[in-house]
Design a protein around this ligand. Structure first.
Ligand SMILES: [Zn+2]
Length: 187
């Protein structure tokens, strides 16, 4: 249980050699092919995400997996590329430093949909899929990890597409109270 509620952010990074247990490929519509690292998630998170996506389908929502697990080495590559392209300030605002990305935990998943051409952008929140995800993710153990208006607490810009598996009981508790995972760990 402690693994599922673990806080990962700039102040609480994961060790460079941290690799989650039980990584499995996601078995629902995903933009990446079966052997790509980013299609992997912790087994329990992957099973819950599959139920989430399938339940969404019954509402006419077409959620598609974009990015799950990301190794320390891959995050380092992405970060360094962004610094080269857009500068250090931009990279620091929009990307997690290696070790501080939740995607390294195997519990974070980015979802998108055809209405926004599978992009990870704020307009996802205004799609049927984005609205449905916000309402229903907690029933499957996921939270919208970086909510709007909580930038000062989470340290990240609003990301309506990024969900984090924390277990069903904790997700429902956080949804009911409006607390972020940072708030929860301060209690
Ligand atoms: Zn993400």
């Amino acid at each position: 249980m402690e693994y599922f509620s673990r806080l990962v952010n700039r102040d609480y990074p994961l060790p460079q050699d941290f690799v989650p247990e039980d990584l499995v490929p996601c078995d629902f519509p995903f933009l990446a092919s079966g052997d790509e690292e980013k299609r992997l998630l912790n087994a329990r998170a992957a099973a819950s995400a599959k139920r989430l996506v399938e339940y969404g389908k019954s509402f006419g929502c077409h959620l598609v997996g974009i990015s799950g697990y990301r190794s320390y080495a891959r995050q380092k590559e992405l970060y360094e590329a962004r610094v080269r392209e857009a500068g250090a300030e931009h990279a620091a605002r929009y990307l997690a430093l290696p070790g501080t990305s939740e995607h390294q935990s195997g519990l974070a998943l980015d979802l998108s949909c055809p209405a926004v051409h599978m992009e990870l952008e704020e307009s996802f929140a205004d799609t049927d899929e984005g609205r449905w995800l916000k309402a229903y993710a907690p029933m499957f153990g996921f939270i919208i990890r970086y909510p709007k208006g909580k930038e000062a607490v989470t340290g990240y810009a609003w990301e309506p597409w990024h969900i984090r598996y924390v277990s069903k009981s904790l997700a429902l508790y956080l949804a009911l109270t409006g607390l972020t995972l940072e708030d929860y760990h301060k209690i």
